[in-house]
Structure formats: C-alpha cells, structure tokens
Design a protein around this ligand. Structure first.
Ligand code: SAH
Length: 688
C-alpha cells in the first residue's frame, strides 16, 4: 500500500507530497538501526553470555526452574544464550514488529522453538497467568535497554514495571547493576558547542568585537544529551579537573524507581580551572560479584586491552549551566538530577547544609534564548571557529564596496554583522530569516546593530521590493547554513533561494559563496564499517536472517542512499585522492536540467574500500574556500583530518573489496553521480 507524505524538501525548499510505501518507515528504521553494531560488539556479547550462564547456574543451584524474561529481545540473541545455558523457558518480549518477526525466524532456525516464546508486545502490556502471555513470573530478568545515557531508552520505567508485575521477588538480573561515572573538565573545544565566544574582526577603522547577548550567556541550553565518541577527543582538547567519581548506580535485581530524583557527590578538584563540562559514561556488572564488567570508560581511564569500538553506546558530554571557577583542593558539590529518561548536572561550591538542600531541586534545562534551538552543538562549534570566520572576513573584504546593498540568506548567521563592520558601515544589510524565531535579533541588539540590519521574516519566493526599501541587492551572501540540512548537498538550498530572489538582484550582483563543489574520496574506515556490515553468526548463533533483513531494507529504494556521519568521530584513511565531482555555480540560477557526471577514481593505497565519503567545498571569493569535509590528508598512510563541525555523506559499498597488494586491486572505482535539480536529490552508483 502507498501513502502520501508531505514534507519540505531540504534542498529545494519546496513543499512536496511524495508517495511512500507504507513500509518506508519500517525500512528506514531497520536500515539505519544499531542492531548490526550490537551484534558486532564482541565485548558486550561475550559478557552477556557469561552473565547469563552464571545467573542460570545460580538459579539451578537453588533447585529452581530457570524461567527467563528477556525484555527487548531484538534478534532473540540473549534468549538463545539463556536457552543454551540451560534455562527451562524464555519469554522474549519485543515491541517492534519487524524485529519480533525476525526473532521468531532466528529462534526457529537455531532450534529453540520449544524453549523460547517470542511475544510482540511492549513489556508493560504483557500479562501473566494461566491464560496470559507468560504462565508464571520469571526468576531471571535479562535486558539490554540502554543507550549512551543509560536511561534514555526508558530502561527505568520498564524495570519498574517488570519488578512489579513480571518477575519474582529476589530474581536474578543480567546485568545485575549499572554505575554512572563522571569527571569534571575544562574544555574550550567542548564549551564552544554551547556558548557563543566573542568574534574579533579587524575592520578598517580598528578592531571590532562581536559579543554574545546575555540571553545566550545565561541560557542553560537544550536538555538533550550530547553523545559523542569521546575516544576521538585528543587529551590536549580538555583539562581534567577532578578524579573519576561514581555518580549513581542502579541495582536491577531489586525493585527500581523511575520517579525523578537527584544524586549528589563531593568533589575535590585536582587542578584549578574553569569547570565547564561533566564527562560521563557507565559500566554494567553482569553478575553481583562485579567480576563480569562491561565498561564505556574512555581511553584515559581504562587500559587499551579493554578497548571495544561501538557506536550504540558512546560517552556523554553535559554542559554545566554556567562555567564555574574551581580551586585545587577546594571542595565542590556536583548534583546529578534525573527524570525517567534523562540526566542533567549542576555544580555548587560547598556551603551550609540547609542552603544545600534548598538548592537541590534543579529544573531540567530549557533553552530560553532560542539560539540553542536555532543552532545545534556542532553549529555553535562552527560559529566559534575563528579560522573559518577569518575566511569569511577575507572574502567579504574582497567583495564589499561602500555602496553595497547586502542580503544574507542563512539560518541564524553572523555574516550580516561581519558585512556591516567590514563595509565601513555604509552597507545596507538585510537578513532573510525563514525560521520564525526571535533569535538572532537579541544578537544584533547586543552589538547595537538593531537599526543597521533589517530582519525580513519571509521565504525567499515571497520577498518583495518593499521588504528591501525598493533597493536592488548588489551582494548576496550565505554561509550557507540551514537548520534543515542533514546531508552536505541540502545546503544547496542557498542556490534555490538565490534563484527565487533573482528579480531583486542587480545585473552585476556578487554572490558569496560564488560556487560549491562536491568532493568525493574512497575510504577504508577504522571501525564505522561495522554498523552496515553483515554479521553471519554471533556467539555461535545464526543471525543471518537479521543480515538479510537489513540488506533488504537498505535496498528498499531503487538507489541506495548516502547517510550523514560526522567523520571526525569516525577515523578513516583515504584510498584515493579527493576528487571534485560536481560544481554548482551560484552566480547563475539553478538550471532546469540535471547535473550528471561519470568517471573513475584511482585507488592509490592498499586497504578495504568500504565506501565513498562526499562533502562540499564552498568557494567564497577568488582564492578563498572553506571545506565542510576533508581538511587535509595528514600522512603517507592516508589518515585524514576532517572538519570537526560538519557531517559528511557516507555511501557504503554493498560489497567490500579487500586486497593485500595494489596489483590485486581494481585500480579504479567508477562512479556515476546525478543531481536532479527538480528534486534536489543526488543519486549515485559505484562499481568496484
Ligand atoms: N536484546 C537484543 C536487542 C537489544 S536492542 C540484543 O541484546 O542484541 C533493544 C530492543 O528492545 C529493541 O529492539 C527495542 O525495540 C526493544 N524494546 C525496548 N523497550 C522495550 C519494552 N519495554 N518492551 C518490549 N521491547 C522493548
């Protein structure tokens, strides 16, 4: 069956109705799911298996039957482990229908039909009793319901309910316990993801400093967790201010309370500095003794031998509401507050106990300044990148004249302010804002520019000459950045907007950036390949059904799609030189016809061709460019340095070519790439 879905096209900006197969969402969810990554997580799987075996033995030693409840069974893996370990019966609960169906097939294929009952329900809907889903309550509770923040996928309410209705008192739980750890750090790099730093501009009439409004300074930001591959953060990018301390732990074998609460620890800073960030991760003990431990601790905390790459569990970065100076040895209190699904932090100087108590209830952070709604964390980082700003300053200086009339099209950009300062204040500045937010006007106000920069709240196609005071635009600028962009080419919306405002431009208009160029490179990933690679067997269980299901979902659309990933978190080495594949000339309007290219790219290094990485380079003005992908290939081995603020597009090849020697390699990969100017979509095909 087909259904019609309405959406704003991220590239063309137009509202469109597309006919979607009703299974589209299913397939998207499966294709982009973390199941493959979990199945590749050897450390996790081995430890679950050990923990499950130990739990089954303990129950058997007590002379009881081992009845297992596996909540969120996914592929059925943990139930199959339990059945193999000698469990008498397993109830495998899975709410996501396609997964429950897959679990049924996988359980059958592995010969566990008589031991495992797959139930396609949310655990809170499961009934117990002679006519119920479960004959009786279970005495072993097995789950893997954790996200990077531990509780973000609803583990606490699920456990709370299970203890109340589905398991026996004194049951065994695998994992037995989870512990959340924190460490206080100062980090200009991470702090730049949450606050706006002053921007220094060398203008003709002296240095100007663009300041951040107090609204942004005082705003705690958005509540969502910032989860990253902290192992990719070099130690030079942060200063450790405290030891690692245990913030809280949860015993899963006892009744769990999910209601909001707080935890508080005393910290003695090991160094003086500015407390800005709380880094956090957790570990799980699979058994009560704590001998079987699976940890997310980052590289500076754990031994390298314990290292397991995984993407389904990473580490958390929490921003304190404000930076607090701390002194070495002078105690401070760190409070973690949590509701059912998320955690946030607050730091206080040691004070009288009464005062402490009064202060403990901390509200979940909500962005009041709107800047955090307009800009996500990488975007804050990008705006704070002085090197990047310098490129824009350099190019604006080249193109602005004293009588320029300037229009900026980008979501929440500093460009109008830069243009104003660099244009010796004669420049007329308009700022086209398609997002109906109060920000950035406080930003213009804080810099006393509210009369100088006119914000026009209109979509480009609705721009009229009266908006512009009957002036024609001589300089059109954009970063370009749009909040709706996911893939690099979605920012080509700037080109469509430029086309829509053509009648308001002078005949010799300068457009900055003047063009964009799509670049491509063939790469071998250090680890990211795992998330899309088939697993075959997992701890001796045949999970090929899952592989097939993912493959089917990936091929659901006629052409495979590229997916966005921030590659600074996912190291790869280049197997080819970067290659320019398509150019988009913003000085002209968007053409009617498609832009296509075909060619081949030579493989220069040995390695596994996992896929192609694509990114945009913007040519701002003559000799000034900014890259949203590759910054440089840093050594002979082909290791790459990436733009730390942008996501690149990754196109995973359906089969991986591996070779030890170059002579065995296909010396080139051929490609065909097509940009459909009507739909704004880029289709690509590669042959190895
Ligand atoms: N146990 C599997 C899969 C873990 S992923 C493994 O370890 O490999 C977690 C799964 O739990 C997802 O498939 C999700 O759909 C399911 N899930 C989460 N909460 C649930 C709940 N309360 N009841 C039933 N299924 C749940």
């Amino acid at each position: 069956m087909k259904t019609f879905c309405g959406r704003a096209n991220p590239t063309t900006g137009s509202m469109e109705w597309i006919e979607e197969d009703e299974n589209y969402d299913y397939h998207q969810e499966i294709a982009r799911s973390r199941y493959a990554d979990m199945l590749h997580d050897k450390d996790r799987n081995v430890k679950y298996y050990q923990g499950i075996r130990a739990a089954v033995s303990r129950v058997k030693e007590r002379g009881e039957k081992a009845i297992v409840l596996d909540i969120g069974t996914g592929t059925g893996l943990l139930s199959m482990m339990a059945a193999s370990a000698g469990a008498d019966f397993c109830y495998a609960i899975e709410v996501f229908k396609p997964m429950a169906n897959a679990a049924v097939k996988i359980v059958e294929k592995n010969g566990f039909c008589d031991k495992i009952k797959v139930i396609n329900k949310h655990s809170t809907e499961v009934t117990v009793g002679p006519d119920g889903d479960m004959q009786c309550r279970a005495n072993i509770l097995v789950t893997e319901l954790f996200d990077t923040e531990l509780i973000g996928e609803g583990a606490l309410p699920t456990y709370e309910h299970a203890h109340r209705y589905l398991v026996q008192e004194g049951c065994e739980a695998v994992p037995h316990r989870a512990t959340v750890y924190v460490q206080l750090v100062e980090s200009k790099r991470m702090w730049s993801w949450n606050k706006l730093f002053p921007v220094h501009v060398e203008a003709e009439d002296g240095e100007k400093i663009i300041v951040s409004p107090s609204e942004v300074e005082d705003c705690p930001g958005v509540p969502s967790v910032c989860d990253i591959q902290l192992n990719q953060m070099p130690s030079s990018d942060f200063t450790i201010l405290s030891d690692v301390v245990t913030m809280f732990s949860v015993d899963f074998s006892k009744p769990v309370r999910s209601a909001s609460t707080y935890y508080r620890v005393q910290l003695e800073p090991v160094k003086s500095g500015k407390a800005q960030i709380v880094l956090s991760w957790w570990d799980i003990d699979m058994d009560p003794s704590g001998m079987i431990n699976c940890t997310m601790a980052p590289y500076w905390v754990k031994s390298s031998s314990a290292f397991q790459w995984r993407d389904h569990w990473m580490q958390c970065v929490y921003f304190l509401p404000n930076e607090e100076p701390v002194l070495q040895g002078e105690k401070v209190y760190l409070t973690a507050c949590r509701d059912e699904y998320s955690v946030w932090y607050k730091l206080q100087k040691a004070r009288g106990e009464e005062e402490d108590k009064a202060d403990v209830r901390v509200e979940s952070p909500v962005c009041r300044c709107q800047a955090h709604l307009l800009w996500n964390r990488p975007r804050f980082g990008e705006l704070n990148d002085q090197n990047r700003t310098r490129q824009y300053i350099k190019s604006l200086m080249k193109v602005l004249k004293t009588d320029s009339v300037c229009l900026c099209i980008s979501d929440g950009s500093l460009l109008p302010v830069l243009a104003h300062y660099l244009g010796a204040k004669q420049v007329q500045c308009f700022f086209l804002q398609r997002v109906p937010l109060y920000f950035p006007s406080p930003f213009f106000k804080a810099n006393h520019l509210e009369d100088k920069i006119k914000i026009i709240e209109a979509r480009p196609e609705l721009l009229t000459s009266s908006h512009l005071g009957d002036k024609k635009i001589s300089v059109l600028v954009g970063e370009p950045f749009f909040t709706t962009s996911l893939l690099p080419w979605h920012n080509l919306y700037f080109w469509y907007a430029r086309t829509a405002v053509t009648s308001h431009l002078t005949s010799d208009v300068t457009v900055l950036p003047q063009s964009a160029c799509l670049h491509m490179m063939i790469v071998e990933f250090q680890d990211l390949w795992r998330i899309r690679s088939p697993c075959g067997t997992c701890e001796g269980f045949d999970v090929q059904t899952m592989d097939d299901m993912i493959k089917n979902s990936l091929n659901f659309r006629e052409s495979k799609e590229a997916e966005p990933h921030p590659l600074w978190e996912y190291p790869c080495k280049s197997l080819s030189d970067p290659q320019e594949v398509l150019t988009f000339d913003f000085r002209k309007t968007v053409p009617q016809h498609c832009l296509s290219t075909e060619g081949s790219v030579n493989l220069l290094r040995k390695g596994k061709s996992h896929g192609a990485v694509l990114w945009m380079e913007y040519h701002l003005a003559a000799d000034v460019s900014v890259s949203t992908g590759l910054m440089q290939i840093s050594n002979e081995k082909g290791n790459c340095e990436r733009n730390p603020h942008c996501k690149q597009a990754v196109y995973f090849f359906s089969s991986v070519i591996e070779s030890e020697a170059l002579s065995h390699l296909p010396s080139a990969v051929t490609y065909a790439i097509n940009f459909n100017t009507k739909t704004g979509e880029i289709a690509m095909d590669f042959k190895l």
